[in-house]
Design a protein around this ligand. Structure first.
Ligand code: CO
Ligand code: ZN
Length: 329
């Protein structure tokens, strides 16, 4: 799992530009599923047929995209002005090492605030080492997207941090599940989705076309276990979360119960998660076609939407056992 996370978090893939991630995942799951296809939005849809024609179609969704910064214009001194692609957090963005698809690197920084001014992306710029607008435009174009530069590292025995842990950690989880899943009754439609960070767009269309009977989103969630932050009852290392609700979805109570039973049977810890904001692909799946029951299995993650998103490998192992147990039934 550790090397899979390293591999997947190193890939460039902001919202709308996920093809490199999709290519890698496709090569990893090939041979473990019955069919693989991509749709117009770039979703990677991997289907493993169930043994029972009366079995359910269960959609599992993990998003491939991560947050980024799009170049809006270039100043005459060569600095790039940017806007957000997804939820860039100002507090996590000063003097950040960033990288573009073509390998151009830069430092993201905020200009000094004037009295009474609050931080906003309008005050941020990327310094790519160019001295003029022309020099900068020879390196990047308006519309190019930078991401926090890759770099996964281990903390202690069980923890890892990197940018793009949201949601490549869950992509790694889903890849791992697909490579280990035995033949089961139900058909599993594993969708590596696109454009989640800009409004669950990939899940919206794939949940329609895949015609599942129910959906499980795999994503990270915030924790409440860091200093002066006790708002959420989620701790890193205390088990994967079964989401009860967030701002975009309310989990189906029967699925919550069945997932809890599966984790108990597997002997792994879980936490019940209530997130008063945010959303996952479950929000889109829930409202596809005539609607479907959904739930989210979340990986606790400190410092979500930063360059150092931190997960605990024990939680990921627990999430894998819970989901496998649920699918096998
Ligand atoms: Co996110
Ligand atoms: Zn996410």
């Amino acid at each position: 799992m550790e090397s899979l996370i390293k591999q997947l978090t190193a890939l460039y893939g902001p919202s709308g530009r996920e093809h490199t991630v999709a290519d890698t995942i496709e090569s990893l799951v090939k041979g473990h599923v019955d069919s693989i296809r991509r749709d117009a939005l770039g979703n990677l849809i991997c289907e493993k047929k169930g043994t029972d024609p009366a079995g359910k179609r269960i959609m599992l969704a993990a998003h491939m995209d991560h947050i980024g910064l799009v170049v809006t214009h270039v100043e005459k001194e060569g600095y790039l002005r940017v806007s957000n692609v997804g939820g860039i957090n100002m507090n996590n963005s000063r003097t950040r090492h960033v990288k573009f698809a073509n390998g151009v690197e830069g430092v993201l920084n905020e200009q000094p605030l004037k009295p009474g001014e609050t931080s906003s992306l309008r005050g941020y710029y990327i310094d790519i080492g160019a001295d003029s607008e022309a020099e900068a435009l020879a390196m990047v174009q308006v519309g190019d997207v930078a991401v926090y530069a890759e770099g996964a590292f281990k903390l202690g025995e069980h923890r890892m941090a990197s940018p793009a842990m949201d949601d490549r950690a869950a992509c790694a989880l889903l890849v791992s599940i697909l490579t280990k899943l035995p033949a089961i009754r139900h058909t599993v439609v594993a969708v590596f989705t696109t454009q989640e960070e800009v409004g669950l767009r990939g899940a919206t269309v794939s949940a329609y076309s895949a015609e599942p009977d129910e959906g499980i989103a795999l994503d990270v969630t915030l924790t409440g276990d860091t200093p002066e932050n006790k708002l959420l009852a989620v701790d890193l290392g205390k088990g994967a979360c079964i989401k009860i609700m967030d701002a975009r979805s309310i989990s189906n109570p029967d699925m919550v119960k069945a997932l809890a039973a599966a984790s108990e049977k597997a002997g792994v810890l879980t936490q019940r998660e209530v997130l008063p904001y945010g959303g996952t692909d479950a929000g889109a799946m829930q409202m596809a076609r005539g609607g479907m029951p959904v739930c989210t299995v979340s990986i606790p993650c400190r410092y979500v939407h930063s360059a150092c998103e931190m997960v605990d490998l024990r939680d990921m192992d627990g999430a894998e056992k819970m989901v496998m147990g649920y699918l096998v039934g």
